[in-house]
Structures are given as C-alpha cells and as structure tokens.
Design a protein around this ligand. Sequence first.
Ligand code: NAD
Length: 435
Amino acid sequence: MSASTKHDLNSHLWDTSALYRDSVIQLDEAARVMNLDQNIAERLKVPKRAMIVSVPIRLDNGSIKVFEGYRVQHNMTLGPGKGGIRFHPEVNLSEVAGLAMLMSFKCSLAGLPLGGAKGGIRVDPNQLSRQEHQSLMRRYTTEINMIIGPDKDIPAPDIGTDSQHMAWMMDTFSQENGYTIPGVVTGKPVEIGGSLGRAESTGRGVIYTVQHAAKHLHKVGKAGPKIDASTTVAVHGFGKVGAVAALEIYNLGCKVLAVSDWKGAILNKNGLNIPKVIEWVVKNGTVVGYAEAEEISNADLLALNVDVLIPAAIDGVITEENVSTVKAKIIAEGANGPATAGALNQLEERGAFIIPDVLCNAGGVIVSYFEWVQGLQNFFWNEAEVNEKLAEVMDNAFKRVMDQQMKYKCGMKTAALITGVDRLNKAMLLRGLFP
Ligand code: NAD
C-alpha cells in the first residue's frame, strides 16, 4: 500500500458506527480474497462527498425544532448517486456513510449505471404528525438541493419514509427549479411518474433470491427447503420490505410462522394468514394484538427453528452475542447489514446459507433504476414487464455472485462484495485518478 493513500480509520470521523466499521471489515476481506489493487481498496473505504445539514421546522404546537440531516455520496464512478433517505432516531453520519458504501457495491453488482449514496435525518418518525413529516422532507430537500438531481444523485424511500415523502421531495425540487423534474427521486407514487411494481420490488426480489438459494442448495446436494407448503419462514420487520417478502413467500405456499415490528412479534405455529396480518397492520399500525397468534419477543423470533429467516428491519440485529440462537437454514438479508461480519462467519461455519444484503434486497434499486429510465423516456411499462425485467436482472446478479463464490471458495458476503467491487474497480481504473 502506498503511504499517500493509507487512511487511519480509527481516528477518522466516518468510523463511529458499527455498520460502517463492519462494511470496511467486509470490504477488506473481499479485497484480500480478490487481490484488489490497494489504492482502489483505500479509495472505496471512504465516501466521495458528504453533507451535514440543519433542518429547522415549525412543529404543530408552534415551536421550532432543528433536526440534523445527512446526504453521503460514496462513489459515483458508474453514474449518478442512488440511495434511500432514512428517518430514524439513531441515524448518524457514519451509519449513512456505511449504507452509501453498500449502495455502491449493490448498484455495481446488479450491473446498473448508478453510484452509491444514502441520506438520513436523525428523528423518530413515530413522534411527528404527517404535516411535520412534510415540513421536514421539504426543508431537507432545500438544504441538500445543490447535490441532488436526476443526473447527480437520486434519493428513494428507506426506513421511516415512503412514496409520499418522495412526492414532497420531487415537488420541492421542481418548485425550486421552475419545472417538473420527476427523475430527481424514485419510489414516487405511480400518478406522478412512479413505476408500477416499485413498492413491491425489494420484497419480491428478496423472495426471488430465496428461491434461487433453495435451488442452489439442491443442485449442490445440500439439504435445504423446497419453497413449498413444507417450508417454514420467519420475517423480522414488517415494513415496506418485510411485509411484501412475507406476502410473496406466503403466496408461494410456504408457512410464515412469525413476523415482527419494533413493538413486538407474533407467532402462529400453523402459519399466519399474511393478507389478514397486513389488513390488521394497516388499521392498527403494528402486528402486535393480531388475534390468531401468540405474542413473542423479537429475540424469540430470530431464534425460531425455521427454514428461512428474513431479517428485514434494521442493521445489527444478529450479532456475535445472539448468533448462537439462530437456527434457520437460509438467512435472507432483506435489511441492510442485519447481521454483523462476525455473526455471518459463525452462521456460515455452521452451514447456514447467507443471501447477502447487497444481493438480497437489490430488487428495490433495480426497479428504482427502471423508474428513472421510464421517467427519462416518458414511456411507462406495465407491471408484468417490470417484474419480468426485475427477475432477469436478479437472476443474473445471483448467478454472478455464485460464480465468484465458486471461483474463490469464499463466504457469500465476500462473494457478493467481490462481484460489486470487481466492476467498480475496472471502471475506476479506466477513468483514472483526476488530476
Ligand atoms: P420500513 O420503515 O418500511 O419498515 C421497517 C420495519 O422494521 C417496521 O415494521 C419497523 O417497525 C421494524 N423495525 C424497526 N426497528 C426494529 C427493531 N429494532 N426490531 C424489530 N423491528 C424493527 O423500512 P423498509 O423500507 O422496509 O426498510 C427495512 C430495511 O430494508 C432497511 O435496512 C432498509 O435500508 C432496507 N432496504 C429497503 C429498501 C426499500 O426499498 N424500502 C430497499 C433495500 C433495502
């Protein structure tokens, strides 16, 4: 490694969150296995650009409160930045930087012409009214408006934000520029240029990868679930990703025994009726209290003896402290970074099949890319076309990751990162270092 590019990350401002530190550990491992150019590895460990903004809004009670917001652009070698905006009380610059890094590898792995970015506001979304949400999103958009745009960086929903937030963001950005610019965000409502199938795309993609994983295990002669009525599933987090993943796998005939949210978890040993659970959540805002189930804790859910576990809530839920309790055969990382690097190693050592986040939940950014393309052309596809193209891109991505796994005989997370880093590495070397 040349001295001029070495970063002492321990003394660096990025290095304060477990997610960021873990992402660097996993990148280091991928770099070691693939023998990556050290200068490229060092450049990939830090984001290209980050913005911290103060976001003052007037609350419903007339008082003014200032929130902290972030937008981090990790790498834009392949195209404009792409990544969601998270409203969460514990989000911070380092976590957003780690998530932006994962987005760079995810977009690259999926073969998209997009870079990696992420945004967030440190706020508890459950404490704000809808009007306060709107004020926060609009003012945040204004504060970061000089670094976003359809050719620069394109936000999308993430934890605590939804298609309505994207509508407010698109409207604010358009008002400030004097004309309608739908391409500044994806995950918008269909009525204003969103893509059919975008809302379901992440959860749907998660289940495509679970089906591929099951087929792969059979192909290589390892015992694994068949993805039919004999298959049991638990889903941690029942939001935009988890609820759709649960519904998709329920529709394939599997038994979803348990689902959860931040308030708690529910279990029915004969299988939950997922459409009815969704109806309950729409009315009550939580899975807790659903009649045809018993209440358990989130920790109990993670430890269930199921075939497929889908952690689809937040990062850092499976750690070296609780990993010994996890019994599932397939772990599909619907969330970003739900298992720490140490926990993933232990799971793979005991024979679990990991579908890493950058592959497992790539369906969202893939259909976001379709939305962006459709908007730029003003030509919109029907949902069957969107789903068919999503399946094709996910299938190819899964195959590319398995090829790397076979080539290097490494863990699945490492194989997925190698797949993403390899394409990025070639692009960075071709473009060279300016000046
Ligand atoms: P969401 O806000 O719609 O849902 C999150 C769910 O997790 C909610 O049910 C919430 O109650 C639950 N939850 C939050 N903290 C929890 C905790 N500590 N314990 C148990 N449950 C908890 O968010 P989402 O968009 O579904 O995102 C979930 C994860 O998927 C995040 O890691 C996000 O980065 C990732 N992701 C989302 C998308 C997307 O398109 N929305 C795409 C790729 C990855």
